[in-house]
Design a protein around this ligand. Structure first.
Ligand code: EPZ
Length: 423
């Protein structure tokens, strides 16, 4: 059973060589949700075979889709012709918050969705009010029951409208953008998230008959169409893997090259690292980490794209424990994404929590191997990196959380010289 696996990590390793960035988890999950918008089969390339995408494929199979996987060539083919209703019940939906992304497309296709409320990782409560308010504004009727909700649109068509998000939401933007593709008339979405994965999804849908303008900006306008077709989708590189591996090179004081990435998708992250004194060579589709002097402590506040990504905050917080001086880490997006720091402190770091959104880090400090538990995938990978620079041996359990977002991570890091054993 995957859930009992652990990582055992020997610290103090020097890394060298190249590591190839995988297809982006947070792009793949969205294109998977969009397949139910049409009856035609899609081929997805550069597909990340991670736990979250496997869960989403299983949910699609339960809905009636036919799936063909080709892990060697990083490809999947999905034929959604057998999907005939919006029945999102069962354990799988609870495990994966991203399953909420299926609601809009299923509602747009079938006029009714019955869903058990999804779970997801424990970084603060994960509300879905922005999704449901949007569906209601488009004509959906929401009824809550004790373990989930039912949405129905009495006419078979949702109706386009203007939705101003009270808060920037990545999946909320994507969900309503996809839903509006098949709604009646024009939908205007304002205060949208601008993540690269959103533009990538819109470009694919437009190549197959949708009429979406402005994806990647804060205002998206969608003209509803009767139906769309399907084609081939090439998943963009995972900017969070890329940023995480760059920080891994800096933490291990090693010279490594992170390849097959798109540096500009890293937003404010690279300028922050340069400010901190990192010696990086930034190419067209790679970043080379050079051995340099110790980093200077540099404060950050996470922010929606193109600001400093919240998913890069946990490894960055670890990086600051090795920098010279005092830094403030302000996690503005989630209220539960800094509690992992108490486990880093058990290894020897000096991190003071001011409130659930802010910690102050003093560095540099030495780390000593410990027994740790991975609370969510980004804190989990941070613990792997901590184990790699700690004196002695570190074990991490609940590594399903890490396998959710990082494919074959032990093999890939060991090929650079890490010493990680999966037990
Ligand atoms: C997406 O989550 C990503 N997940 C997250 O990555 C990422 O951390 C997050 O965006 C922020 O960049 C996927 O793309 C699958 P939000 P999402 O809606 O869309 C509040 C990872 O590690 N909110 O942008 O769920 C919410 O509580 C994951 O790969 C509402 O209040 O995040 C948060 O405070 C973790 N009501 C803020 O908005 C809602 O209906 C931003 O959340 C929805 C969200």
């Amino acid at each position: 059973m995957k859930l009992e696996q652990k990582f055992e990590i020997q610290g103090g390793c020097e890394l060298k060589g190249e590591i190839k960035v995988n297809g982006a988890k947070n792009s793949a999950l969205k294109i998977l949700a969009s397949v139910v918008l049409t009856k035609e089969a899609i081929v997805i390339e550069n597909f990340p075979f991670i736990e979250d995408t496997q869960r989403m494929l299983e949910i699609l199979e339960e809905l009636g889709a036919i799936i063909e996987k080709d892990k060697k060539n990083k490809k999947v083919m999905i034929d959604p012709v057998g999907v005939e209703n919006g029945n999102l019940q069962g354990e799988l939906v609870k495990q994966l918050r991203a399953s909420i992304l299926l609601v809009g497309p299923l509602l747009a296709r079938f006029g009714e969705v019955d869903m058990t409320y999804p779970g997801g990782c424990v970084i603060g409560k994960r509300p879905i009010d922005l999704f449901l308010n949007g569906f209601q504004k488009m004509g959906g009727k929401v009824e809550w029951n004790d373990d989930g909700f039912k949405i129905s649109s009495d006419e078979t068509k949702l109706v386009g409208t203007t939705i101003f998000f009270p808060k920037v939401t990545v999946t909320g933007t994507e969900a309503l953008m996809m839903t509006a593709v098949l709604a009646e008339g024009k939908t205007v979405l304002k205060n949208c998230a601008m993540e690269p994965e959103i533009k990538s999804l819109a470009d694919y849908l437009n190549n197959n008959g949708a009429k979406i303008k402005g994806a990647g900006t804060s205002m998206i306008v969608i003209e509803g169409v009767e139906k769309i077709s399907a084609g081939t989708f090439d998943v963009i590189p995972d900017r969070i893997e890329a940023g995480t591996f760059i920080m891994m090179g800096l933490l291990c004081k090693s010279e490594i090259t992170v390849t097959d990435c798109i540096p500009e998708h890293l937003g404010a992250f690279l300028p922050v690292l340069k400010n901190a004194g990192a010696d990086l060579e930034i190419g067209e589709n790679y970043v080379k980490v050079k051995k340099g002097k110790r980093l200077k402590a540099t404060s950050i506040a996470t922010h929606e794209y193109p600001g400093f990504a919240t998913d890069l905050q946990p490894p960055y917080t670890l990086l600051m424990t090795q920098a010279e001086g005092i830094s403030l880490i302000h996690e503005t997006i989630f209220e539960g994404r800094l509690f992992f720091t108490d486990q880093l402190n058990s290894m020897g770091t000096a991190i003071v929590m001011c409130d659930p959104h802010r910690v102050v880090v003093s560095g540099p400090t030495s780390l000593y191997g410990k027994k740790l538990t991975s609370p969510d995938l980004r804190a989990g990978i941070t613990m792997v990196l901590a184990g790699m620079i700690a004196h002695g041996t570190t074990t991490i359990d609940n590594i399903y959380q890490i396998d959710r977002g990082y494919e074959d991570i032990d093999e890939r890091l060991n090929s650079l010289g890490a010493k990680i054993k999966r037990i």
